[in-house]
Design a protein around this ligand. Sequence first.
Ligand code: NDP
Length: 246
Amino acid sequence: MKILDGKRALVTGGSRGIGAGIAKALAAEGASVVITYERSEEKAQQVVREIEEAGGKAIAIAADSADPAAVKNSVEQTVAALGGLDILVNNAGIGRSGMIADIKLEDLDAMLNVNIRGVVLTSQAAIPHLGQGGRIVNIGSCLGERVGWGGVTVYSMTKAALNIFSRGLSRELGPMGITVNTVQPGPTDTDMNPADGPAADGMRKVMSLGHYGTVEDIAAAVVFLAGPSGRQITGTAITVDGGLNA
Ligand code: NDP
């Protein structure tokens, strides 16, 4: 018996990085999983194959989180394919850096639309399908609480918004037995923030542990919240940042 046997999960942005790690970890604990992606069809199918080879069930759906119709459709497709929904992980996110004076309108809109509006709309579409014991986990960032350097102001603002979104939504969904939390990664080795990238040494210097996290580190916190261990945890944030915000 696995802790998520019979559970049905939707993970946005599951073709690569943290989302792929979360999808695999949920499936390894018995959940059936749908992942969405924007462009990486082949990588998404590879995640599906890996989950199936490990004995799990997974489906990939192309859905741009910035497109309201695609978001609604992806939730409907998920519910139809899995026969319902128990766990929503709002993971899809983008980072565009630049000092505030230089941020382009298209970058501002892209971050607001994917990192905030997409999360609100995905949740709105998913909530009617979640019942007692349902879970929403939003992937924020340690930058949503403390910002240690310039050039990431707008991105950090979008992640701070998720922190408060989770807290507010926990009030609305608590009476239905649904928990809502944020997991706030710190530097985690992915395409977005490679451990051998130009900014990596600077980040390691300000982390208590001095090394990047892995996607499995973030996925472990999501599984913890999604499973029975998370039943009394709602309206809060778990930061998995190697002590960057300490
Ligand atoms: P990656 O860039 O490595 O992967 C992003 C994933 O999100 C991909 O699957 C991508 O799909 C998907 N995605 C991006 N834009 C969209 C969109 N418009 N619609 C649907 N899917 C989309 O990022 P990470 O794995 O590093 O980040 C995952 C989450 O964790 C993000 O919310 C990020 O902000 C957060 N985070 C990451 C940290 C890090 O150090 N890595 C630190 C703190 C927070 P596709 O492959 O099709 O492009």
